[in-house]
Design a protein. Sequence first.
Length: 215
Amino acid sequence: MSILSPALLGAVSLVLIAAAIGHLRSPAELRSGLRAHDVLPQGAQHTVAAVLGPLEAVLGVAALVVAVVAVPPGAALAVSMPIAGLFLAFTGYLWQVLRTTEGQVVPCACGLGATPVSQSAVLRGGILAVAAISGGIAGSGGIAGSGWSLAAAPAPEIGVALAAMLVLALAIALLPAARAVPEAAISHPGTRQQNHDKNAGTTNETPLFFGGETR
């Protein structure tokens, strides 16, 4: 028996539900992000903006149910495969966005915060796809040798599984933000030198009322 399946599927489900909430609460941000990405045709942008939030919600709830409730062995795999496909599509899409925007800062519009599209966002999609597939296989007995039900587990194992779900979900969801460097900390070398010279000049100025002169 193993807690691998509920931990992985639970983490994936929490990320999906969080993304769904973000997209359903701020559909305008999703539409704006899709326009900024400039990858999909305009008609496809409207379709994706309308469908993505509800789809994430349905898949997220389904994954959470499979993670915590005793289900037939094949159910975990049946739920995890569409989720893995969705995240693989995200991964390919965001990779294309990086190529299309050529270093421009554009919003991810992933429903998980206001982070821009980055290599970390692409990596997050791949990690979630792998987690979904691994959780589905584990839930079907392909890794652990037999299915594992959170509902039938002892209390200590339930606690460990729930903690693992939350930690994994937070770590994966916040990966791009954790790796991002604040823009304020990045400045052009010429600008940095100008600021240094300006500060140096300010330091060398002696107020006239102290008997000094301005240099």
